[in-house]
Structures are given as C-alpha cells and as structure tokens.
Design a protein around this ligand. Structure first.
Ligand SMILES: [Zn+2]
Length: 502
C-alpha cells in the first residue's frame, strides 16, 4: 500500500462556485469526486433559460465541466447523452442506464455536500454506474427541482445511483471511511465531510455559516472534527488510523466566500429589518427576490406577510417545488410555510396547463378545496389588500398586470452578489422596475460564514494545511492565517496537490 493522496481542484478554486475536487487515495486505491458543481453564472451565460447544450463535448469545450480525458477517470460521463429525448423519457432512460452499465466508470463515488447547483449540477451528465453519496434532504431537493423544471439535457437526474446518508452514518467506500456531518447553510440539509484517508484526516466544509437559525449544527460539526467521536465509537478504526487521528486534521478544504469584506448580519436581522419597514410601511405591494432553495428566507418573508395580513403570491412552479418539499418534510423547518395549509399563500396560474407541475399543483390545491387561493395575472391589478410577489425574473405578464398607480417596492434578498442557483439578474430586474417608479431595498443575510466566525473555526481546527476553496481571495486567506502559523496552500485549477503520511 502506498499511503499517499492527490487532491486535484477541478473547480471552485480561485473562484466562487463550481466546486469539484478529485481525491485519489493510493492507500485505499480509490478515486472520488468531492462535489460536482458547475460555475453557475458562466453556465447560464452560455445556456440562458430554456436553452440546453446538445453534447457533453460542447460543455467540455466551453470549459463548463472537467475534461475527463485529462483525468485518471474513465467514462466519467454518460454514454447515451445524445439519445436522451424529452418525450418517451422512461424508455430512453433505461437505454441510458444499460449503456452506462456496459461501460461503467472507474470513479468510486461522488460526494455531494448540498443542493446548490454550484455543488451538484454536474451529476446531470454523469455515467449512471457511479454511486452518488448525499444527504436525504439534498436528494429530495434535487428531485423536486427536476420535477418542477422542463426535462432537458441538463435537467436529467433520472437513473442516478443514489446512496443517501444522515448525520451519524459512516460512509464506507472500499474501506475508506467518511463521516458526513450536518452544517447550517442557506439551503436545508447541507453537510461537511470528515475523510479518514491513508495520510490523515481530510475535512471538507462545503458551504456553511454560523449566523443562521441552525448554527448549532455547524458547532456540532466543529466538535466532531475535534473529537472524531462517530468514527472512534464505531470501533472500526484500526491502530494506524488511531495514530493518524491523534495527529489532528491534515488538510482542511474550507470555504472562504466572503473572507476579506463583510457585514455582521444574521437571518434574524433580516426579520427585524422587515419588521422595521412594516412599522411605517407606505407600500401596497412588494416584489421580492431570493434563491428558491433558501427555505429560511421563504419562511421569513412569508411570516411577515402572515403577521401583517398580506397575501404572499408565488407561481405554480414555485408552489409545486415547495409542495414537494413540504410533502417530503424531512426536516421540521421544511414544513413551514405550508403550501396547502397556509391560506395567506396565493398561487398565480398562467393560462392552460402546459407543464406537468401546473397540472399537479392545480390537482392538489383543488383536491384540498383551496381553489380560492388561485389567482390569474389579470387579478393583480385590482386585487383586494396588499401583497408580496415572489419572483426570480421579470416577465411581461407581471409588468402588464401590476397596478403602478399603487406604491410598490422591490426587495433584493438573493444569496449574495453572485448567485448559487441562477445567473444573477437582480440589476436587470431593478432597471426594469425603475421605469415604473419602483424603488429597491436590499434586505439580506449571507448563507456563508462571516469573517470572525471563519477565523475562529479555522483556528480551532488548527489544520496542518489549509486549502481555501469557493473564494476569489486565497492569497488574502494565506496572509490572514500566516498570523496563526497555519500553512495555506493556494490551489491552481487542474494542478495536483500531493500529501504523504508524515
Ligand atoms: Zn451553497
């Protein structure tokens, strides 16, 4: 056995998003990918709404996914890409799976930390023989996304070989043990990983924060990194592994999205600021934008609407997405708001049924005798009372039917200056709304760790080597942590970083 590991940063290095790291552990003869994201703003510049790539090669040529010819991975991507048709999907998916089984990949697995596209979107393109290790909630969110979007070549999450986990589980891939552990982030069900490699402990934080409603989860993750309780209590660690564990963390792959400049903020401050606005609120309607997977933000805005007797209007697509997550209800926080029970939530229907999510949500709402909560766009003009309208882009129907004689406001509450889910179009929306005399507020708290929390987190782990990821400020991080004698390695895309046991 050759105890050595290689880490190749294929994405998310010196950039925010697109995290994809190849871990080769020669001691265990194993190759895994840690996250498989795409750089979402670049992707949507190539393929805006409703457009889709036609081949895997096209994506590789455009530098949107890694070129597997240059990697020690065979058959990373699915073989029947060009055969996948939107219609008759079930038959084609079967063909896809059998072709991939005929030419399986030698990649031993893909770990997915959470359900943001800049961490998982690549699995739409992979060989169906590769196991995907992810949290139960993440799988459900990806599936809900898949079901509430048009099925196209880059929204193809069928036939995947899921292996789901929860905190407390031990992932075992060819005897390499990995502890997935919950962290707080702006999407439910996010995880970090503690990997017991042949050269020592490798920790990957994924995206995390310590100022959200579930920040205790991040603190428990930190505790687990320091105690290794789950692995040690399982009695599966051999003497060699125990020695490696006693040496502490060898490599920390840590997110550093906003390390150089920030605001001290919290999800609670979003709520407080909204309450402040509502104490003297001159507005009749508020258009609000945030990332669809940001359940905490959805709850915050919906709660304000409920408290002040405002309607909360969402589209059918969003209603179906949230309905699916309510239905799966894997976390208590994901049951509130509730699409069926919450009568202040209204759903705007758009013409005849064209898409499956329209059909489904209409059936469900009518079946529950809540049909009165459906609205047409044309109802918006002289709607009774005040309302929020949740949007992710600006459409002509909305502009045509809003009553601009009333006073409106736009609140931008997206994840960050960049977006983890779609090409950030806040400025386009804002420019359009300005034409109608709609002012804009930014009321927001980041999904990413604040500066002082990150310093304390890294200091407390005190890793032998720190590799900053998901950040444009690696050099800055190196400078910052040199004060604590922590060796920071500045990664370079596609360059191998090797570690031995000593
Ligand atoms: Zn994220």
């Amino acid at each position: 056995m050759n105890d050595r590991i290689n880490i190749t940063l294929l994405g998310g290095v010196n950039e925010v998003g697109g995290n994809t790291f190849l871990l080769e552990d020669f001691g265990y003869d194993i190759k895994i990918l840690i996250d498989f994201g795409v750089k979402i703003d670049r992707y949507f510049r190539y393929y805006p709404r409703k457009k889709a790539p036609s081949t895997i090669n096209e994506l590789i040529m455009n530098n949107l996914i890694p070129n597997d010819d240059l990697l020690p991975i065979d058959d990373l991507y699915t073989h029947s890409w060009s055969n996948i048709k939107i219609k008759n999907t079930s038959i084609k998916i079967k063909e896809q799976i059998s072709l991939d089984q005929l030419y399986p990949s030698n990649l031993d697995g893909i770990l997915i930390s959470h359900a943001h596209k800049d961490h998982y979107f690549g699995i739409s393109f992979i060989n169906r023989s590769i196991p995907i290790y992810t949290g139960k909630v993440t799988k459900k969110i990806i599936k809900a996304f898949y079901k509430s979007e048009i099925h196209k070549l880059d929204n193809n999450f069928k036939g995947l070989k899921w292996r789901t986990f929860k905190t407390g589980d031990i992932i075992n891939i060819k005897d390499l043990k990995i502890i997935p552990f919950h962290v707080d982030h702006s999407v439910p069900g996010a995880y970090g990983f503690i990997i017991y490699s042949s050269v020592g402990i490798i920790v990957y934080t994924g995206d995390f924060r310590m100022h959200g409603p579930l920040s205790n989860m991040t603190r428990e993750f930190l505790e687990q990194i320091k105690t290794n309780n789950i692995f040690l209590r399982s009695n599966t660690a051999d003497d060699k592994q125990k020695v490696l564990i006693s040496k502490g963390v060898k490599v920390l792959l840590c997110e550093g999205t906003r390390i150089h400049k920030g605001i001290v903020e919290s999800e609670e401050s979003v709520e407080n600021n909204l309450e402040k606005l509502f104490q003297n609120n001159p507005f009749n309607f508020i258009l609000v934008k945030y990332d669809r997977t940001d359940w905490d933000r959805f709850r915050t805005f919906s709660q304000i609407a409920k408290n002040h007797n405002w309607k909360y209007i969402i589209t059918e697509k969003d209603a179906y997405f949230y309905y699916l997550l309510n239905k799966y209800g894997l976390q208590n926080t994901m049951k509130d708001p509730n699409i069926i029970k919450d009568d202040h939530i209204y759903i705007v229907i758009n013409g005849d049924v064209k898409y499956i999510w329209q059909e489904k949500i209409r059936q469900i709402i009518y079946k529950n005798q809540k049909g009165a909560r459906f609205l047409k766009y044309s109802d918006l003009y002289d709607i009774d009372g005040n309302f929020f309208f949740y949007l992710t882009n600006i459409n002509r129907k909305l502009i045509k039917n809003l009553n601009f004689k009333k006073t409106g406001l736009f609140i931008s509450s997206s994840i960050d200056p960049y977006s983890e889910e779609f090409y950030d179009n806040t400025n386009t929306i804002y420019a359009k709304l300005q034409e109608f005399g709609i002012p804009c507020y930014r009321i927001h708290a980041s999904g990413h760790v604040l500066i002082h929390d990150l310093i304390n987190f890294v200091k407390s782990i005190n890793p032998m080597h720190l590799i900053p990821v998901h950040t444009e400020y690696s050099e800055f991080i190196k400078l910052l942590f040199s004060k604590y004698d922590i060796d920071t390695i500045i990664g370079e895309k596609n360059k191998i970083i090797s570690f031995n046991a000593d």
